[in-house]
Design a protein. Sequence first.
Length: 82
Amino acid sequence: MTTVNVKEAAASFPTLLAAVEEKGETVVICREGKPVAELKAAAQHPKVDRLKPNPDLKPLWVAPDFDPAAPATENEWPEANR
């Protein structure tokens, strides 16, 4: 673990970041001798592809003149609601 003050951390940030990335080192940044932040390697999470389409879903087609805000006509209501 390395401890540096704020001024030193700002001046040598690329070097500190390389130490964290390559060696897994933790850097404690202090202000007036008191720790205020830690620079450490991020946890590795598995990549999740959230944009992959679901093959079970069928494409939806909507008529070009369809207006979703238009009121339903009598013919569009289910029989149970009449």
